[in-house]
Design a protein around this ligand. Structure first.
Ligand SMILES: Cc1ncc(COP(=O)(O)O)c(C=O)c1O
Length: 305
């Protein structure tokens, strides 16, 4: 059971989380016509009166883009302002996750996006590790990631997560921790809520934007950091068999951070994970505001301000 932050943003105001409820007839509940964001916040290890958010601007822009797919005009700066206020209202004291959500809030039937009321809410919950930082086992899913021609995959559209749910459950019920989905071309795509990276012969390889992946913010950050560390990065289609003989494979995402993969199906990966660890240490230092070079990736909210 989750511990939710006490205050939610709902119908243009801040209310107790328990009072932020919607009707069973809400349109988005039936048609998956919502879109969400997901970002982590932590109290600054050097100043608990300050909250640190990783790349807030990117998260708000992606949600604003997702809203456009739903024909809802929600500027990124408005989302940013509301999230900042949301944090000041809640004053979190431990690591947490923020879930902003746009959706068709009308009551009524018929799948559509035009001439229908939309709304935006934000809530949060305490969140430690989403996946074990020691590493996870993965199953190659029998469910494939959708194609961009049938769904706007550059947005985090709520209805799309049926595929993630099917894949995750299939993997967990078969004794694995996580699922790796192939795309409709049979190439490696991503996990249920994370992007994927492969290390082979010192090269860092990840499926490109043309592979029906979600444009992960952690993924983009890792690519920038790897290049700065002098690691060669290649974005290209990845075959399933490359995963099985890789030197290292890891997942990346806001919830998962950088999570190494220990085993894929019945193939155990090497225990040594030098590149994964190097990138993880760098990313952790940045999110905790300890890296002078990337202060502009960390947004601070003063709780006493
Ligand atoms: C399907 C999917 N892929 C990848 C990611 C990773 O994206 P990010 O790094 O922006 O959290 C997420 C999480 O948001 C996701 O839901």
């Amino acid at each position: 059971m989750h511990t939710f932050l006490p205050i939610a943003y709902f119908r243009n105001q801040f209310v107790p989380f328990a009072e932020a409820n919607i009707s069973i007839a809400t349109h988005a509940l039936h048609y998956g016509t919502g879109a969400f964001g997901g970002l982590r916040g932590i109290p600054d290890p050097n100043n608990p009166q300050q909250i640190l958010l990783f790349r807030l601007d990117r998260h708000c822009q992606r949600l604003s883009n997702s809203a456009r797919f739903l024909q809802y005009d929600l500027p990124a700066d408005k989302i940013e302002y509301i999230i900042t206020d949301f944090i000041k209202q809640n004053k979190p004291t431990s690591s947490f996750y923020i879930r902003p959500f746009v959706y068709t809030s009308d009551l009524g039937i018929a799948p559509r996006l035009h001439k229908i009321e939309k709304d935006f809410f934000v809530y949060g919950l305490e969140l430690g590790d989403y996946l074990s930082p020691e590493g996870v086992t993965c199953r190659i899913s029998s469910w494939h990631r959708q194609e961009d021609r049938s769904l706007p995959l550059r947005g985090k559209i709520s209805g799309a997560y049926i595929t993630s749910s099917l894949a995750k459950t299939e993997a967990v019920e078969a004794g694995f921790d996580e699922a790796i989905l192939l795309n409709s071309q049979g190439k490696v795509c991503e996990a249920s809520g994370m992007n994927i990276f492969v290390v082979r012969d010192g090269q860092l390889i990840t499926p490109g934007y043309d592979q029906d992946i979600l444009e992960g913010i952690t993924r983009a950050s890792i690519i920038t950091l790897a290049k700065e560390l002098g690691i060669e990065v290649v974005e290209r289609p990845v075959d399933k068999t490359e995963l099985l003989i890789a030197d290292e494979v890891f997942l990346s995402g806001t919830a998962a951070k950088i999570t190494p993969i220990k085993r894929i199906e019945n193939y155990t990966l090497p225990q040594a994970k030098p590149l994964t660890n190097q990138l993880r240490d760098k990313l952790t230092a940045i999110t905790e505001n300890r890296d002078e070079g990337y202060k502009d990736w960390v947004y601070t909210v003063a709780l006493d301000g």
